[in-house]
Design a protein around this ligand. Structure first.
Ligand code: NAD
Ligand code: A1AUG
Length: 543
């Protein structure tokens, strides 16, 4: 990177490592896994750099192994939330006035530390506490978060350079102030990178932030917080307040100085938060910016011309990587009858061959789902499909939570296009397939568009350009990330900016310039170099 004053150079995406057998990197991750399981991590609330322990704690266990306790976290109560808000407001002035080159340098250093000495540790934490295999941890906790840090810096430098025109008689300037107040960052459990990005994107713009991590991802999120401390983030810029969302949320949202919410999680939680903001709207100092990326019911749509092998791979990886716990996961598929006859045997075989087990065995493709609630919710859908006359289970369907929250990757065939599992977000390893008559391609595209309230990701598989264009046009509002001949997951920062509309969120595209604009409040400054000294217009003069 060069020339910070004129603007950072566009960074490259962080390379993804393979962790092949015998490699040094694989050995280091294994060493970290062992160490973390032997140790017990005590996670405090952190306010203004001060670590606070409370008498209200919760255990952190591996989702894939109930007997392994990794540590415990201390929950913030109302009083600590108030302290965190006051501290955020105190830390604000100094942070906002720091040269932006120094602010971005801190996040550049965080990226470099994560790419280097912290990489194995953060990957291992994500593997153990969120039950991600090494490949899924690597693309998330290492690569995507490094990219978020670096690309946010780059985009911010571009925003700062964008200035209005001036002339010989006036100087115009756009000052990109942080928001007035503090920002509340509330991430989901499923991506460590989102945990790190939600507080750091507003922070790099000069805001101070309250970070409430998801209760099932506190372990990795705390390590990211420690990484930011090591990178030089001043105390109080981000305060770390783990605890119950239902208790902390209303307390924070009621504060008149709330300047913004940076949320990713379920549609229901986001709607609740928006309603709370609405209820408090008359109390705020300014209108809080509300950014929320939420649920999805992501589709794969196959035209009869689709490449069968590419389609099978996209369904297997798109639906079942990280146990389908990606907001982008392929969760419903539309396949013409004749193509189904060609692919069904191989698809079912491949899904049944997916190895299920703990993360410590790197040959396992599928690990556990996050917790008991997720296990219960997902298996209820499977049971519904097993008992319904409108559905049939073609693969998987078994589950067992005796040692860990394991659910076999499951394929459901729906007789009706609006069968429950074609419509609702399941957020687990369940793919529902609906077969259609290839003569009814356009009608089925419309059906796909209207079947669910979401609009996050979707894919068309087709070798016929006209059919591809028809899908792209008919499904124009059905997905904020639309893929042609690719799975609907795995967006890369700087290449496929991520987010969706409809019930899937405000579509502010995490890791892009669009997202950063939400965390700044521009002030236009005009300086008149030659102020006029006569109020009258020329045409008012008497001839
Ligand atoms: N669109 C995206 O970019 C994206 C990315 C990842 C996950 N997701 C979505 O996230 C969901 C899964 O994540 P989850 O289970 O962690 O979601 P969730 O809604 O249960 O929790 C998200 C966060 O909100 C907090 N929370 C819960 N109730 C709250 C309240 N009343 N006030 C304040 N905070 C509260 C939780 O503690 C957590 O930190 C899925 O719906 C998935 O589609 C979306
Ligand atoms: N950005 C990720 C999904 C994040 C939500 O879970 C993807 O594109 O697969």
């Amino acid at each position: 990177m060069s020339n910070r004053i004129l603007g950072l150079e566009r960074p490259d995406n962080e390379p993804i490592y393979n962790y092949e057998p015998g490699s040094k990197r694989r050995k280091e991750v294994k060493r970290q896994l062992k160490k973390m399981k032997e140790e017990f991590l005590e996670i405090p609330v952190v306010i203004g750099g001060k670590e606070i322990k409370t008498d209200n704690t919760a255990e952190i266990k591996c989702p894939h192994d109930h007997s392994t306790v990794l540590g415990q976290y201390h929950k913030a109560d109302e009083e600590l939330v108030q302290q965190a808000i006051e501290n955020s407001m105190e830390a604000k002035a100094e942070w906002a006035s720091m040269d932006w080159e120094d602010r971005v340098a801190i996040f550049d250093r965080a990226a470099a530390l994560l790419a280097g000495p912290w990489r194995a540790k953060i990957n291992a934490a994500t593997m153990l506490a969120q039950s991600k295999n090494i490949f899924q941890a690597e693309i998330d906790a290492a690569c995507e978060l490094i990219d978020f840090f670096r690309f946010n810096n780059y985009y911010l430098s571009q925003i700062y350079q964008d200035q209005p025109a001036s002339s010989e008689t006036e100087i115009n300037k756009m000052e990109y102030r942080p928001l007035e107040g503090f920002v509340f960052a509330v991430p989901p459990f499923n991506f460590t990178s989102i945990g790190g990005n939600l507080p750091s994107a507003p922070a790099v713009c000069g805001n101070t932030v309250l970070w409430k991590p998801a209760s099932t991802a506190v372990y990795s999120n705390y390590l990211i917080f420690k990484l930011l401390e090591e990178a030089g983030l001043p105390a109080g810029v981000i305060n770390f307040i783990p605890g119950s969302g239902r208790e902390i949320g209303p307390e924070v949202i009621a504060d008149s100085r709330l300047a913004g919410i940076h949320f990713t999680g379920s549609t229901a939680t986001f709607q609740y938060m928006w309603e709370e903001v609405g209820r408090n709207i008359k109390n705020y100092d300014s209108y809080p910016r509300i950014v929320g990326e939420t649920g999805g019911k992501d589709f794969v749509f196959a035209h009869k011309s689709a490449d069968p092998e590419a389609l099978i791979t996209a369904l297997v990886r798109g639906a079942f990587e990280y146990q389908g716990q990606k907001c982008s996961a392929a969760s419903r598929a539309y396949i013409p009858h004749e193509l189904w006859d060609e692919i069904s045997e191989d698809l079912i075989q491949q899904v049944e061959d997916l190895k299920v087990g703990p993360v410590e065995d790197f040959t396992n493709f599928i690990n556990a789902v996050i917790d008991h609630k997720a296990f219960k919710d997902i298996t209820e859908y499977i049971d519904h499909a097993r008992e319904s006359a409108d559905a049939k289970i073609l693969a998987g369907g078994e589950y067992d939570d005796s040692n860990g929250f394991y659910i076999d990757p499951t394929i459901v065939l729906a007789e009706e296009p609006d069968y429950k599992t074609m419509v609702e977000e399941i957020f687990g390893p369940v793919l529902t397939i609906y077969l259609y008559d290839s003569e009814e391609y356009e009608e089925t595209l419309k059906l796909c568009d209207n079947t669910s309230p979401y609009g996050l990701t979707g894919a068309i598989f087709s070798k016929d350009r006209e059919a591809t264009v028809k899908a792209r046009e008919t499904l124009v509002q059905a997905a904020g990330n639309f893929y042609i001949n690719d799975k609907p997951t795995g967006a890369v920062v700087g290449r496929q900016p991520f987010g969706g509309a409809r019930a899937s969120g405000t579509n502010d595209k995490a890791g892009s310039k669009l997202n950063l604009y939400r965390w700044i409040s521009p002030r236009t400054i005009k300086e008149n170099l030659v102020p006029p000294k006569d109020y009258s217009y020329p045409f008012m003069e008497d001839k």
